[in-house]
Design a protein around this ligand. Structure first.
Ligand SMILES: [Zn+2]
Ligand SMILES: [Zn+2]
Length: 349
């Protein structure tokens, strides 16, 4: 069966792989959709700084290149291994891709999302979402209700990244939020905020293509900081107070400093960008305003459940921002995503 195998920097090949049999406590999925995300672009373009060390076998799973890519995926249960009684053949599921070690200091605190030796389907596992089939642990599948289709199922993972950040920020209904960067995670934050009753949301974005998409979605006020003064807009929108929470999904030289600059006293800047650009922060600005700066990574299983419940309530849609392509279109899709010509691509597997 077909799979997209990552062999190394700028080298993805569609190849034939064997269909795996599910072992004890595992299920096999007929994969449906898999989202391509910023991490996949990072692996493809600059694996050496991607945060995943592909140069040697993973310390827990022993996996090495080539690796089936894809960690944002949905599918239908096709076979179950011994001892599996919580799902059955035909169930539609979304896959929680991170595999934590269970014993490190982060796992011991319940922060399995920041496990010191985390592995994942699609980066350091025999299976990934960019293949016709996968084998995953039954504990990692979240069954989708009838009202959540398999396309939304593949979006649970990135939407859970955003949901986790929103939940950790402590923002409440009636407060104001700024989202720096209107890519998939910025869009996910706007959906999550709305689902939680936060309706005063401004997204700042500079890509013309993404601005056009955002302006059709109706999920936030959209500001192009190159064309309008973001500070003026936010002062007016918040009655001169500043925003309660600002999320940086963009990174770069200005992402976090932009987030901090527009906070009300006591506000919180939430950093989500996987980015190594140093920025200058003036301590007295944090002190005089008692600001909080919070880093957030990925999600917990409870964030998956919350997103699926919000999807069942109709809080998410795929109109305008999600394109569906096929397995042999992965490399052109990566080129389009890198250039921000597309916002989100799902591969129909
Ligand atoms: Zn991802
Ligand atoms: Zn761990």
């Amino acid at each position: 069966v077909k799979a997209a195998l990552f062999h190394g920097k700028q080298d993805i090949r569609i190849e034939d792989v064997d269909v795996l049999e599910p072992g004890v406590g595992e299920v096999r999925l007929r994969n449906a959709y898999n989202g391509i995300c910023g991490s996949d672009l990072h692996f493809y373009d600059t694996p050496e700084t991607s945060g995943v060390d592909f140069s040697k076998p993973h310390p827990v799973t022993g996996r090495t290149l080539p690796q089936i890519l894809g960690h944002e995926f949905s599918g239908t249960v096709d076979a179950v291994g011994a001892g599996v009684d919580t799902v059955k053949v035909g169930d539609r599921v979304s896959v929680f891709p991170m595999i934590s070690c269970g014993i490190c200091s982060a796992c011991a605190r319940g922060q399995v999302n920041v496990c010191r030796v985390v592995s994942s389907y699609g980066t350091s596992s025999a299976s990934g979402g960019l293949a016709e089939f996968s084998v995953v642990r039954v504990k990692d599948v979240h069954v989708l209700p009838d009202s959540v289709d398999l396309k939304l199922g593949a979006l649970v993972e990135p939407m859970a990244v955003a949901w986790h950040a929103v939940r950790r920020s402590g923002i409440e209904a009636g407060q104001h939020a700024l989202v720096v960067g209107g890519g998939p995670i910025g869009i996910g934050i706007a959906f999550a905020l709305r689902a939680r009753g936060v309706t005063d949301v401004t997204i700042s974005e500079i890509s013309p293509d993404r601005l056009a998409v955002l302006r059709t979605m109706g999920i936030a006020t959209v500001v192009d900081p190159a064309a309008a003064d973001l500070g003026d807009h936010l002062r007016e929108a918040t009655g001169q107070r500043g925003v309660d929470v600002a999320f940086d999904t963009a990174g770069g030289a200005t992402g976090l400093t932009t987030a901090l600059a527009h906070l009300t006293p006591g506000g919180c800047a939430v950093e989500l960008a996987i980015d190594v650009t140093p920025r200058e922060i003036v301590p007295i600005h944090l002190v005089l305003n008692e600001l909080r700066v919070l880093g957030t990574l990925a999600y917990l299983p409870s964030d998956f459940d919350a997103v699926i419940a919000a999807m069942a309530d109709g809080a998410y849609n795929t109109a305008a921002w999600v394109d569906v392509l096929t397995l042999d279109q992965i490399v052109p899709a990566i080129d389009d995503l890198r250039a921000a010509r597309r916002t989100k691509v799902l591969i129909r597997t």
